[in-house]
Design a binder for this molecule. Structure first.
Ligand SMILES: [Zn+2]
Length: 199
């Protein structure tokens, strides 16, 4: 549950993200729970004094990374979402983000995708770094490490879905898998995501 301490802890984290994330969160809620659902989410945010404006999310503006986490935690609390639904929110995000649409042309081939990974991260987040540490052109296997980014475990789940969708721009829609195999919240020095195609 979200309480005052949790909000303060998250809001004190140094780092920012493009606020397009609230647009993609709102799109998911609208699709699944309609206007009524979004109104419920906005009301809860207001009650807790969490300054998220779902309707005026502007892709180019930066906002505190703590707010991004709070949006996901709010959705989980208000709608009782499971981990697989958090993954689903991540998975649906790249399809509705105009930032991603602009980048699509870079993501259309596997080797370019792997090469663009660090830039892609920097384009969205002011902290942490994302690196491809292994790629196999033939099998399309890919391993990436997310470093210097210990924000909240809900993002680890969200990214499994989000990264999977990005990977599928290169390997085909519905044809990718992504699993977090190492995690900073479980003592590893970075988060590791392993990608492969469904065989
Ligand atoms: Zn993790």
């Amino acid at each position: 549950m979200i309480n005052k301490e949790k909000i303060e802890e998250l809001m004190s984290i140094n780092g920012q993200v493009k606020d397009v994330v609230f647009q993609t969160d709102a799109d998911y809620i609208l699709k699944k729970y309609g206007e009524e659902g979004l109104a419920k989410l906005e009301k809860k945010a207001e009650e807790l004094n969490i300054p998220i404006n779902y309707k005026e999310a502007n892709s180019l503006k930066l906002c505190p990374i703590g707010l991004r986490v709070l949006s996901l935690l709010l959705m989980r609390d208000v709608f009782g979402l499971s981990d697989s639904e958090i993954r689903e929110i991540g998975y649906s995000a790249p399809a509705t983000s105009f930032v991603v649409k602009l980048l699509m042309r870079f993501l259309s081939s596997f080797s370019r995708l792997a090469k663009e990974v660090p830039n892609y991260w920097k384009n969205h987040y002011t902290i942490g770094s994302l690196e491809s540490v292994y790629l196999n052109e033939k099998t399309k296997d890919l391993i990436v490490h997310l470093k210097d980014f210990k924000v909240d475990p809900i993002l680890c789940i969200y990214f499994e879905g989000y990264f999977r969708r990005i990977y599928e721009f290169a390997v085909g829609f519905g044809n990718g898998e992504c699993k977090e195999t190492k995690c900073m919240f479980k003592g590893a020095p970075y988060h590791e995501y392993v990608f492969r195609t469904r065989k």
